[in-house]
Design a protein around this ligand. Structure first.
Ligand SMILES: NC(=O)c1ccc[n+]([C@@H]2O[C@H](COP(=O)([O-])OP(=O)(O)OC[C@H]3O[C@@H](n4cnc5c(N)ncnc54)[C@H](OP(=O)(O)O)[C@@H]3O)[C@@H](O)[C@H]2O)c1
Length: 351
């Protein structure tokens, strides 16, 4: 049985499953059977910005529908490439489907999908990493790796710019995994105060992480004593929260970075604000730059060290919870769209 999970592009709450016949393989193609994948707010953001950021273009779907990209693990089920054996496992960018056929170009660490429709899309998404380690690692890797790389790149960007001279860094949606990764790295470097902004229901969770100097609910920002100047790193993408940050800090905002849209239905309002113009952070561009700056192996070595420290500590605050089958996938998607997923639970799914 093979199927795709489809989301209506105009209404992310409307979903359906479509049975598909996996195509027979042409020379060089490989069919991956998807084993499991993680679902976080990041995937809802892919869908919410699917058109503008071309996230819908990775995995084609019927008119009006989309296949939301997720990060996970897959096993080679059939291969028409002499260097890619059946049974090999890969980690990478997948659709919420049972199968994905890729046009494989094997390389040092895995393979690249060279299918024509994926060219021109950010290269970082087209790599599949060969994984030979214990599948027990799968859940935390799929849940955190694609997010922590952004945390790492943001911290490195702030460090490269001497923190824009700020005394504090404020993170919105502080309960989000990408924000947690950044708080972990900022705390480790110890150059600035780390301020977490979150919703009241997640406040105790964020405090319990131990990475922040102050944790505030969104409506407490105005009355709080936060060391100035400050940088804001916005994972929420919430027009009201961003406005309140800019109005509270004005010219004391040393830099305003837009990273996410976790509050995906509350977006907009990025222009005409007091203080600096907000600037969007796009991780794939930074990866490409740092790969060049740091030379062969330099990026992987630095990132690998940071990742090892973060993932070793993650089971303390993130409990992976695996569910299986189409009903579980549809329910988990809707819960994530509605923002009902608990921050200490890592949702992973198997088709
Ligand atoms: N630009 C990039 O390159 C890049 C890379 C990675 C991630 N990101 C973005 O960073 C954001 C966080 O992603 P993540 O996967 O780390 O998140 P996550 O761990 O799933 O975060 C969950 C948190 O997001 C908020 N949230 C989620 N859904 C919501 C909803 N429907 N309504 C209101 N709040 C909601 C809540 O935080 P609070 O209650 O604390 O607000 C919730 O605890 C996403 O928008 C993602 O796209 C961007």
């Amino acid at each position: 049985m093979a199927w795709d999970f489809l989301v209506a592009r105009s209404d992310l709450r409307q979903t359906r499953f479509q049975d598909v016949e996996p195509p027979s393989l042409n020379e060089g193609e490989v069919r991956l059977a998807i084993e499991s994948f993680a679902l976080t707010a990041n995937n809802v953001t892919y869908a919410a910005f699917g058109e503008a950021m071309r996230y819908w273009d990775f995995f084609p779907a019927p008119e009006g529908w989309g296949r939301v990209p997720v990060w996970g693990h897959a096993r080679v089920e059939a291969s028409a490439h002499p260097e890619v054996e059946v049974g090999r496992r890969f980690y990478g960018y997948l659709p919420m489907s049972t199968h994905l056929t890729v046009q494989a170009r094997p390389g040092r660490a895995g393979l690249v999908d060279t299918a024509p429709h994926r060219q021109g899309l950010a290269a970082a998404y087209n790599h599949y990493l060969a994984v030979d380690d214990d599948p027990a690692q799968d859940d935390h890797r799929a849940l955190l790796q694609p997010l922590f790389i952004t945390s790492f790149l943001i911290e490195d960007f702030l460090d490269e710019h001497a923190g824009f001279g700020a005394a504090s860094v404020m993170l919105t949606s502080a309960s989000a995994k990408t924000a947690i990764g950044l708080a972990h790295l900022l705390k480790k470097r110890g150059a600035v105060k780390v301020i977490g902004l979150t919703s009241p229901r997640s406040r105790a969770f964020v405090e319990g992480l131990g990475f922040h100097d102050q944790v505030l609910a969104y409506d407490e920002l105005g009355g709080a004593a936060i060391a100035r100047p400050a940088v804001s790193v916005d994972f929420a993408g919430d027009a009201g929260v961003l406005k309140s940050l800019h109005e509270t800090f004005g010219e004391d905002l040393a830099y305003s970075m837009l990273v996410g849209g976790a509050h995906w239905e509350a977006g907009g309002g990025q222009s005409g604000l007091p203080g600096p113009r907000p600037v969007f952070f796009f991780a794939p561009d930074r990866i490409a730059k740092r790969r060049q700056d740091w030379g062969p192996g330099g990026f992987d070595q630095r990132y690998g060290e940071a990742w090892a420290g973060f993932v070793a500590d993650a089971p303390r605050w993130l409990h992976a919870q695996r569910s299986r089958g189409p009903d579980a996938i549809a329910a988990a998607w809707l819960a994530q769209v509605e923002g009902q997923t608990r921050p200490d639970v890592g949702v992973t799914l198997a088709p």
